[in-house]
Design a protein around this ligand. Structure first.
Ligand code: ATP
Ligand code: MG
Ligand code: MG
Ligand code: MG
Length: 439
């Protein structure tokens, strides 16, 4: 992409409405624009990162054997009356009437709709296990939408639903989700800690939230500092293996880590004092096992091996896809702007031309652009007629992992400058070598 042709409405001033750094930086970097309280347009740069995050979620869900699908945002109230949640959900649900006077709603989550699809098409245990998921816009009429995309009213969520014959099978699905989520967040450069939590309006007993530690987080959390040393890494995993998934579940959840909703002072007191931590965290996901709550209410049964009809065991599993942009920025920025982790960066490298219009500098930039593109990488070339200082500030603000600076003086010696956004370190080298480093 050439910056002269891109839509990147960068703000010089700090927007006064933004209270936390991620919101401020997303507005300043021209990633989002608020259209009304808690509702945002995603401008090209923000949308690019959103898509990267979605892609990681899709890849990891596919790896775990879950099927992507898509359900409507506007749903009929009737289904929600069957489960009893139409009345129970309260003011967070946006209720709509169509022209025929029928009660509709904008989906805040989709247990009812997926259960309806399931009961219409599945009647035998032979079709289980089954897990389907979508990445779809949700609406919750939050009392206090704030912090930009962190607590929006309209937000993008991955929501997945498992259907299993027995509780045991459903708990395997639960563990499988936990494992896939650990991988998912790590690929985004995040450390998200599973913590025992409360189930809220979804219902159920078993639930973990995934929290990213950050001072601006809205949840209060209590944990054994040993949990922050755990990493999933690139271990091979067989998602069908009950033992393997259970072992990882055990490894990542046996140490004390709870949100304030389930915090237990007495248990916390058993953690060695020097490892006891109280902090704040951002909830980036949650997994639930809720058994037959919806299947019983809505008649979602299957015929078991013994010929008897039994309600299926279910769970649901969410990832805050749009909230993740805020969480990643909260976890990865400095005074000059965002520092994107490689896995989600909107462009792989920025090219800064120090003397636009200089034949040699222009040609060198074009050549770099072509070789990066040929490698399947996406460079952002600042080809505007701007001063170097302004170009550097923009690159730092939008946070690409690498910057290649090209100027006539360096080119005389056959070199360009390669700068790492994370470390700030610069090194001069021939252009081909810079490309090699980035790939
Ligand atoms: P919160 O406690 O922050 O209100 P929740 O527990 O109500 O979230 P879930 O029903 O667990 O949310 O939804 C799954 C995920 O969707 C959450 O873990 C979170 O990352 C994301 N999410 C929930 N509400 C919002 C929101 N208003 N804006 C952005 N993301 C959200
Ligand atoms: Mg909520
Ligand atoms: Mg919550
Ligand atoms: Mg939750």
């Amino acid at each position: 992409m050439r910056l002269s042709r891109y839509f990147l409405p960068v703000l010089k001033e700090n927007p006064s409405e933004a209270q936390i750094v991620s919101h401020r930086l997303m507005l300043r970097a021209g990633m989002i624009k608020q259209s009304s309280a808690g509702i945002y347009s995603w401008l090209p740069l923000g949308f690019k990162v959103l898509r990267k995050i979605e892609n990681i979620v899709h890849e990891e869900q596919a790896r775990a054997g879950h099927h992507a699908m898509l359900m409507p945002t506007i749903q009929s109230a009737d289904l929600w009356r069957e489960s009893g949640r139409y009345d129970a959900y309260g003011e967070e649900m946006l209720r709509i009437k169509d022209r025929g006077g029928r009660d509709m709603l904008f989906t805040p989550t989709a247990e009812e709709l997926i259960t309806d699809i399931f009961r219409a098409h599945v009647s035998s245990y032979k079709d289980l296990p089954l897990t389907m998921y979508q990445i779809q816009w949700k609406f919750r009429d939050e009392i206090r939408p704030r912090f930009g995309v962190m607590r929006g009213r309209e937000f993008l969520m991955k929501d997945g639903y498992n259907f299993d014959l027995t509780k045991e099978d459903a708990l395997h699905a639960y563990n499988r989700h936990l494992v896939s989520y650990l991988r998912t967040y790590e690929r985004m450069g995040l450390r998200a800690i599973p913590m025992r939590a409360d189930s809220g309006p979804i219902g159920g007993d078993d639930t973990h939230e995934f929290l990213v530690l950050a001072d601006t987080g809205e949840s209060e959390v209590f944990y054994d500092s040993a949990v922050t040393d755990l990493t999933f890494g690139d271990r091979e995993i067989d998602y069908d293996s009950v033992e393997q998934c259970a072992a990882i579940m055990e490894e990542f959840t046996s140490k004390y880590a709870r949100t304030d909703e389930t915090h237990d002072e007495a248990l916390f007191g058993e953690v060695p004092e020097e490892r006891r931590r109280t902090a704040r965290g951002i909830e980036v996901g949650q997994i639930f096992y809720f058994g037959t709550k919806y299947s019983e209410a809505m008649g979602a049964t299957v015929q078991g091996p013994d010929g008897k009809n039994v309600p299926v065991h279910m769970g649901s599993h969410g990832i805050g896809v749009s909230r993740l942009l805020g969480a990643i920025i909260e976890a990865s920025h400095d005074d000059n702007g965002i520092i994107w982790p490689e896995g989600v960066t909107p462009f792989h490298a920025g090219i800064v031309n120090l003397k636009q219009g200089d034949a040699e500098a222009d040609a060198a930039c074009e050549a770099l652009y072509a070789s990066l593109t040929a490698l399947g990488l996406e460079p952002l070339y600042d080809d505007r007629n701007e001063r170097a200082g302004g170009k550097f500030a923009t690159m730092d603000l939008i946070g690409l992992p690498w910057r290649i600076t090209v100027g006539p003086r360096g080119l005389k010696n056959g070199v360009v400058e390669l700068t790492s956004r994370r470390t700030g370190e610069s090194e001069e080298m021939p252009p081909e070598q810079a490309v090699e480093r980035i790939r």
